[in-house]
Design a protein around this ligand. Structure first.
Ligand SMILES: Cc1cc2nc3c(=O)[nH]c(=O)nc-3n(C[C@H](O)[C@H](O)[C@H](O)COP(=O)(O)O)c2cc1C
Length: 391
């Protein structure tokens, strides 16, 4: 019997006998690769040209000005209840990182801001710390810094199933361990097959993911959020996810950080021309965030609008279309690398913009905003009409 080296790029078979002895070393190699991949993601996302070229289409969603608002600016109420906790504003610092020293520092700054502003926060995939408990501190720091915030753990759906002999599925005890690690209020299971498709070493087995998500939902007592990572959820997928028992949907639509672009840049640095080209071709692949929000809303689960939310006005538009929360990743990563005062200032400006949009539409809160008229134009309108989603 031959055992494959766990990393596909090192996929030389090992003779039986040597295999057990080498396995530990091989897993260490894999762990180092995961660690350096995560550092690449952080670096490239912060400074690279990685956004979807076409944007999310927020300019196609117009709120209607109310010249006589009949609500005081000071009365605007951004508080929202989500998965059993009250947030002071409908903003989720989207799950990004963990697993190396810089990630620890970024998570610490973002968590402190989440606590201070009463926001929700997610972490990046916790697989790294399940394999290497010495990396857990890069995640646990979020609970230390944000003792009362709504925190969302994170694991990938591809890791819930076997990705070949060399990559067994995470067990349910490991899933629970990820939740316990940060005393998470919810667990995000991310769907990232666009990224896996472009990544030279991507995990591209997908059969059985739905069953695996169902097992997780049935096993853990914590609510599970199904989370796309930049290619959007269709209504049909959202319906399936609801049947699997998930408690909320993060649409993670096209319009902001493109993981095809991020992986394309990594591939370029590795001299992997085919993957680089794949990243270019699929840079804007997927369902734009506003379209996805409108599409999944009737499914009846709370919706998080993530993907290309770059201002409080974008956020207000997402809320008007039916989102309960908005998620922001890349701009907050960039701010976190500058330090806590920059994150604070970013959040304060974002909330100021959100409040202004509510004020100028005469909406005291998000529910009132949802009842107001809005105008949909351009490509967003075409998407909605042709998919039969009504906005
Ligand atoms: C550096 C970086 C790392 C990310 N890692 C993860 C991850 O581990 N798990 C996950 O579910 N999403 C991850 N994401 C995706 C974000 O949560 C979000 O869905 C995506 O970046 C779109 O939001 P944005 O346009 O505001 O950046 C990551 C994003 C960035 C920028």
């Amino acid at each position: 019997m031959l055992v494959r080296h766990p990393h596909p790029r090192c996929a030389r078979p090992l003779p039986e006998g040597e295999a057990d002895a080498k396995l530990r070393v091989s897993l260490e190699v894999l762990d180092e690769l995961i660690e350096s991949r995560k550092a690449d993601h952080l670096r490239l996302s912060a400074s690279g040209d990685v956004e979807a070229l076409g944007g999310a289409g927020w300019e196609d969603v117009q709120l209607v000005h109310e010249a006589l608002p009949e609500v005081d600016h000071a009365e605007i109420d951004l508080t929202v209840d989500f998965l059993g906790k009250r947030l002071r504003a409908p903003l989720l610092i989207a799950g990004m990182t963990g697993g190396h020293k810089t990630a620890h520092d970024v998570n610490a700054v973002l968590a402190r801001a989440a606590e201070r502003h009463g926001l929700a926060m997610g972490v990046g995939s916790q697989r790294a710390a399940l394999r290497r408990p010495d990396l857990a501190y890069t995640y646990t720091v979020v609970r230390d810094e944000a003792p009362s915030a709504l925190l969302i753990g994170n694991l990938g759906a591809p890791q819930l199933i076997a990705q070949g002999d060399e990559s067994p599925p995470l067990g349910l005890d490991e899933v629970q361990a990820a939740i316990d690690m940060i005393r998470a209020d919810a667990l995000a299971v991310h769907l990232n097959f666009l990224q896996e498709s472009v990544q030279p070493e991507g995990e591209r087995r997908a059969r059985g993911c739905a069953e695996a998500i169902k097992r997780v939902v049935e096993h853990v007592r914590t609510p599970v959020v199904a989370k796309e990572t930049g290619a959007g959820l269709s209504r049909a997928t959202a319906l399936k996810l609801k049947e699997l028992g998930v408690s909320a949907l993060d649409v993670g639509g096209v319009g902001g950080t493109s993981f095809a672009a991020v992986e394309g840049l990594r591939a370029e640095a590795q001299g992997a021309a085919a993957a680089q080209r794949l990243g270019d071709v699929f840079r804007d692949w997927g369902i734009p965030t506003p379209v996805s929000v409108v599409g999944v809303k009737p499914v009846g689960l709370p919706v998080i609008a993530t993907g290309g939310i770059r201002s409080g006005l974008h956020a207000a538009k997402a809320l008007a279309l039916g989102a309960t929360l908005v998620g922001v990743a890349r701009p907050l990563l960039q701010a976190a690398l500058e330090g806590l005062p920059t994150v604070d200032a970013w959040i304060e400006q974002f909330l100021r913009e959100m409040r202004t949009a509510l004020f100028l539409t005469g909406s005291r809160n998000a529910d009132a905003l949802r009842a107001k008229p809005r105008v949909l134009t351009g490509a967003t309108r075409a998407w909605l009409e042709q998919l039969g989603y009504s906005g």
